[in-house]
Every structure is written in structure tokens, then in C-alpha cells.
Design a protein around this ligand. Structure first.
Ligand SMILES: Nc1nc2c(c(=O)[nH]1)N[C@H]1C(S)=C(S)[C@@H](COP(=O)(O)O)O[C@H]1N2
Ligand SMILES: [Mo]
Length: 254
């Protein structure tokens, strides 16, 4: 395959939800979307990414398929929102509520989150539809710290995330939520998280496909059981480990 001339973008499943529209099983479609990157390997993946990106960008004027929702600043990211408009929140208006099966429910301001110890992780971002952004720094507060501060009660088994877009939801088991590589991220690529990327704060679940990383995070609720999130109700795996879910278990992890 010539990296500068990728095949039709729909072959890569760039469009979340296309599986449902076309009545195809998610696993197979996602698997097909992976073959190119998997075969080319890590070294050439950025080149392929750029080729695909410019292909999509040049097609954007005529393309009615909605595949070209690229961020204006590029960088390999697609901009995704299942909500058609999302209110903007800033340091004055942002709030993050932690509640549910906890002894000390609490609402944090952005200043309070910034005052907590920050952890920085540099991993590859991997969307389940096939695009990847290598070595992307995220920085923020470990979710485990917020859970410990809240005092998780006996009988709790999961965490549910809600967003101020009013629509998107996600969830993790309590064990997953307590991992050191799961953050409430305030910074990305060493800048304050932009509105487009889910700022002021988003969830960042490093070891899982990027759909777990809920943008515009506004609520963390400790619950008894896992409730499938937005995309999971539409066919994606609840346990979204990169390379070990969604029919992509052949992909090398990094
Ligand atoms: N609130 C919200 N969070 C979301 C999504 C969304 O539509 N809404 N899309 C998910 C998906 S599928 C991906 S790939 C990433 C995209 O993040 P980005 O827009 O910062 O590239 O956000 C995830 N989190
Ligand atoms: Mo995604």
C-alpha cells in the first residue's frame, strides 16, 4: 500500500457509528480498519497518518460523509463530539462532582484540581476506528486520588462518568479506575486542555481505546455495577484495552 494514497477512507472505519448505520458487526469493521497500520508497523504509521490526513483534508470541501471533522490545528487528532453543541466552561464556571457510593461527596473547582499533585503520562492515543497519535503527553490528577479522598464505600464496584455536553457517558470497573494510568486530565501536549479536546477537564484512560477518555468531564459517580457508556450501548466493548478488545486482538500494543 502506498502511504501517501490511502484507499477510500470508509475502508478504515474513520466514522464512529458507521457500523450501526450500515448494519455491519463492529468487530469485523474495526478489524479491517486496523490491517494497514498493523502491517506497516510503528515506524511508518505517522507517515500513513499524515497521508490519510491530507487526503481527508483535501476531500473535505466535497465530502458529504462527515469523515473530515479534523481539528483545525491538525496534529493527527480527529475532533469527536456526539453532541451537536457543547457549552464552554472556564476556570470560573467549571465544576467536577464526585458522588455516589462514597462517604464524602465533593465538588471540585478547576483551581482545586490544579492544586492537587499532577501526574504526566506519554502514550500513544489510539481511536478504535484506526487513527493513532504517537507519544501524546497528558497531565492531571490520578482518578484514584479523587476516589480515595471521597472514601469509596463497601459494595461499590464501578465508576460512572458524565459530561457537560449532556450526552456522553462512560464507565470503568473500580479496579480499572484505580490504575495509576487513569487521570482526570487538565493538560494535553503540555498545554491546558482546549475546549475541542474536552477542556477544562477530561477523563484519560491510557491503556484503553480513546472512546473511554470522556471529554468535558463533569461527574464521577461511584456505583455498584458497570453501566455501559454511550458507544458501548452502540456496540463497542466495555473493557476497551488497546489491542485486546473490539476484534483487534491481533494488534501489537505499545
Ligand atoms: N464527551 C465526549 N467524549 C468523547 C467523545 C465524544 O463524542 N463526546 N468521543 C470519544 C472518542 S470516540 C474519541 S476517539 C475521543 C476523541 O478525542 P478528541 O476529540 O480530543 O480527539 O474522545 C472520546 N470522548
Ligand atoms: Mo474514537
Amino acid at each position: 500500500m502506498n502511504p501517501e494514497q490511502p484507499e477510500a477512507p470508509e475502508a478504515r472505519g474513520e466514522d464512529h457509528g458507521a457500523e450501526q448505520k450500515q448494519g455491519k458487526p463492529v468487530g469485523r469493521r474495526v478489524f479491517l480498519g486496523t490491517l494497514g497500520l498493523g502491517a506497516l508497523g510503528v515506524v511508518t504509521a505517522p507517515t500513513l497518518q499524515r497521508g490519510l490526513e491530507s487526503f481527508l483534508a483535501s476531500a473535505s470541501d466535497k465530502d458529504p460523509t462527515g469523515l473530515t471533522d479534523l481539528l483545525p490545528n491538525g496534529g493527527g487528532f480527529r475532533y469527536y463530539s456526539v453532541a451537536s453543541s457543547v457549552p464552554r466552561k472556564n476556570a470560573t464556571t467549571y465544576r467536577l462532582k464526585v458522588d455516589g457510593l462514597v462517604d464524602h461527596p465533593r465538588t471540585y473547582t478547576l483551581a482545586e484540581l490544579r492544586a492537587l499533585p499532577q501526574n504526566r503520562l506519554v502514550r500513544d492515543v489510539q481511536c478504535v476506528t484506526g487513527w493513532r497519535v504517537p507519544g501524546t503527553p497528558f497531565e492531571g490528577v490520578r482518578l484514584s486520588r479523587l476516589l480515595d479522598a471521597a472514601g469509596v464505600r463497601q459494595g461499590a464496584g464501578a465508576v460512572r462518568f458524565t459530561c457537560f455536553d449532556g450526552t456522553y457517558t462512560e464507565s470503568l470497573t473500580l479496579d480499572q479506575a484505580r490504575r495509576a494510568d487513569v487521570l482526570v486530565a487538565l493538560r494535553m501536549q503540555d498545554k491546558a486542555l482546549s475546549h475541542a479536546h474536552g477542556g477544562p477537564a477530561r477523563l484519560y484512560v491510557a491503556p484503553m481505546y480513546f472512546y473511554k477518555s470522556a471529554k468535558w468531564l463533569s461527574g464521577i459517580t461511584v456505583t455498584e455495577d458497570v453501566k455501559p457508556g454511550y458507544w458501548e450501548e452502540r456496540g463497542y466493548d466495555v473493557d476497551a484495552w488497546v489491542g485486546r478488545s473490539n476484534g483487534r486482538d491481533d494488534e501489537p500494543t505499545s
